[in-house]
Design a protein around this ligand. Sequence first.
Ligand code: HEC
Ligand code: HEC
Ligand code: HEC
Length: 350
Amino acid sequence: MELPALQSLFFVALDADDKPVKRMHSFLILQPGETTSCVGCHEQRVKAPHPMKADLAALRRPPSQVQPITDVPRVFDFPRDIQPILSKHCVECHNADRTEGHVDLTGDKTIMYSMSYLTMQTRGLVSDGRNLPKSNYEPYKIGSSASKLMTLIDGSHYDAKLSEHEAKMVRLWIETSATYPGTYASLGCGTYGVGQPHGELRKRCASCHDKELKNRKGEKYMELFFRGRSVHRPGPLCNLSHPEKSRLLRGPLAKEAGGLASCKEAVFGTKEDPLYQQMLAAIRDAHNRLNQGKRFDMPGFRPNEHYIREMQRFGFLPKDLKPDNPIDVYAVDRAYWDSFNCRVQTAGKN
Ligand code: HEC
Ligand code: HEC
Ligand code: HEC
């Protein structure tokens, strides 16, 4: 097999239906002209490799070339490529107002990421082995073959029926590690914290939502938890696109006032409750900061000074770039990545 030099190569063994059987979790990078094989890394450490038989069928033909997949993005970007598919097929039943199965698949913004991307994680819809110190998975136990999301889009779940191409997009997004941003420009534009009034929350919510935890020294302390989320990491409970739709506010609010009345009693009878107003103000504050700062997937986003400086240094952005000149970060990234393509220089005149 002939492989491109100086590129990160990721191996996934597929079966006849394109389902991943096994993958190698590390990248492999080859130098120009380098010949390598699985042996060299995968042989028994205490034995010399078997001598290669010269009559291997694969050695009797010219090397295969890597075939690019041309009908999907080279680098996936969840908000750009996957969210529109979810918005088309899932959001009708899974949004802040229709809470079937307590699933929200909208692109609404949260403190970090979007609602739907958090749902992928909290509901374990995607199997990517993230943050697990585990290796040598059984066949079919990681990647799209083990991802629940694939069974929700195969036509068996309510009305959701994706086209073949949409399903392929989702599958390959999972195979390439199910990441959120598809651009380096996203770095440093992620988190907009919500400063909740903790003292007040403790007074009003602790009787039902307190949980005993232990710190590293083994000392006990209490922390508020709402639907499995710590008050310090509320994630999907705060909706930064539509602050009033936040579950942190709607859970304890009475039905008549537009709430979900999830608590045993209507903790907030109306929206006039001062604590409700205080919490709403905190989420609105994060909403305003987000709209001003803007993430990579929001109109008017501008990458930070470090991205601009380095891309100017490498020649992918003009040196005399004005603050209001538009920047297509995906095109700039692509030019940067393409600059690593190895072109073999031949000595001599021809
Ligand atoms: C016509 C309405 C409808 C559509 C469209 C729909 N769902 Fe659902 N979904 C439901 C209902 C109702 C439930 C709750 C009952 C259940 O679990 O079957 C649910 C439950 C779920 C659950 C929780 C189930 C579990 O076992 O954890 C997930 C995750 C989910 N849906 C994902 C999706 C995805 C992804 C799509 C789009 C590809 C989608 N849904 C489209 C109605 C819908
Ligand atoms: C440069 C060294 C290197 C080369 C060459 C290499 N591998 Fe690996 N491979 C590793 C390392 C290191 C691991 C363990 C970490 C990991 O899982 O990625 C690994 C793990 C694996 C795994 C196990 C993943 C798991 O945990 O389930 C498979 C399968 C695999 N490699 C297949 C291959 C195949 C097939 C080839 C040849 C086409 C190959 N590797 C070439 C270094 C290499
Ligand atoms: C009388 C007990 C009680 C009090 C007081 C109470 N809750 Fe709840 N709350 C519950 C119960 C029971 C549930 C449902 C089970 C669960 O999700 O933990 C719930 C659920 C929730 C949910 C999940 C909503 C959803 O449907 O996703 C949120 C958010 C929440 N409460 C916030 C609060 C806040 C904020 C306060 C204080 C201002 C509060 N609760 C006070 C009992 C209470």
